[in-house]
Design a protein around this ligand. Structure first.
Ligand code: ADP
Length: 259
């Protein structure tokens, strides 16, 4: 039976003593763990049959497409089934990603080339948006970072995907790194739709989506940035946003330089 404590240490003025406050947080930790386990198990259980259903639906569609009456009669219905099952699969995939980050204890850090990672991902992700013309530019003054490859790749995927997704039909996406005091700064910027100032503090919350994205055609789960924030925090880093509607968005990650 494990117990968890939060310990706060306060140096006392004038005398060489410390005030130490220990707070028993076992109950909260246990509740968090139960929630994480439940969400992970549930997502896993739902994703499997959902993926099978989706596969069956695709097979049925392929068969029906051969029939001349397909377009008029079945196409709109299949498009709806297709969109909605994709949304559900994306949702459960994101939930599984979020819980696996929450549960992850030890990072497996390695030296990762920012240039290789960012350029490969930008190219791959841009292919998912065939109707958008995005111009990428890269400038890596700090070439590598010591990070957990799989987790950090997820950060870059989510931020680059958002940069393209929330761009207009033509857009500029810049990815760069630089050194500042004891930190490595990594910036992902776009010149897309932007985010109203009063929503900046909420975008990293689970399921939060800015109204405009919610009501528009832009698909999303609202989990991408909370996954990003969790991963960056696991690396003892920080992430912040600078953005205004119509003026594009800049996400800046800072990671301790030595790590
Ligand atoms: P989503 O799945 O909705 O993209 P995220 O957690 O990745 O979820 O982002 C939360 C919200 O923040 C989005 O719904 C969108 O409104 C806003 N957002 C994130 N990235 C950008 C960006 N690069 N440009 C404009 N808005 C963004």
């Amino acid at each position: 039976f494990k117990k968890f404590f939060e310990i706060k240490v306060f140096p006392l003025k004038n005398i060489q003593n410390y005030l130490i406050i220990m707070h028993d947080v076992t109950e909260r930790k246990m509740a968090d763990q139960m929630r994480e386990d439940f969400v992970a198990n549930f997502s896993h259980e739902v994703r499997t049959p959902l993926t099978i259903l989706n596969g069956q639906m695709q097979a049925l569609k392929l068969n029906l497409e051969k029939k001349p009456e397909f377009s008029a009669e079945f196409k709109p219905t299949f498009e709806k089934i297709d969109n909605n099952s994709r949304r559900l699969i994306n949702l459960f995939n994101d939930l599984l990603r979020l819980t696996s980050v929450e549960k992850k204890k030890d990072l497996e850090r390695e030296e990762v080339s920012l240039e290789m990672l960012a350029e490969t991902l930008a190219d791959e992700i841009a292919h998912n948006y065939p109707n958008k013309k995005i111009h990428f530019s890269f400038d890596f003054k700090v070439p590598t970072v010591m990070v957990d490859y799989n987790l950090f790749e997820q950060v870059m995927i989510n931020l680059i995907d958002n940069a393209i997704k929330y761009s207009k039909n033509e857009g500029e996406v810049k990815i760069s790194s630089s050194s500042q005091e004891n930190s490595t700064m990594i910036e992902i910027s776009d010149n897309g739709v932007g985010i109203p100032e009063d929503q900046h503090h909420r975008i990293f919350e689970r399921f939060f989506r800015v109204d405009a994205s919610r009501s528009s055609e832009i698909e999303g789960t609202g989990l991408g940035l909370s996954i990003v924030k969790h991963i960056i925090q696991k690396h003892d880093g920080k992430i912040k946003v600078a953005s205004r509607p119509g003026g594009g968005t800049v996400f800046t990650i800072s990671l301790p330089a030595s790590k």
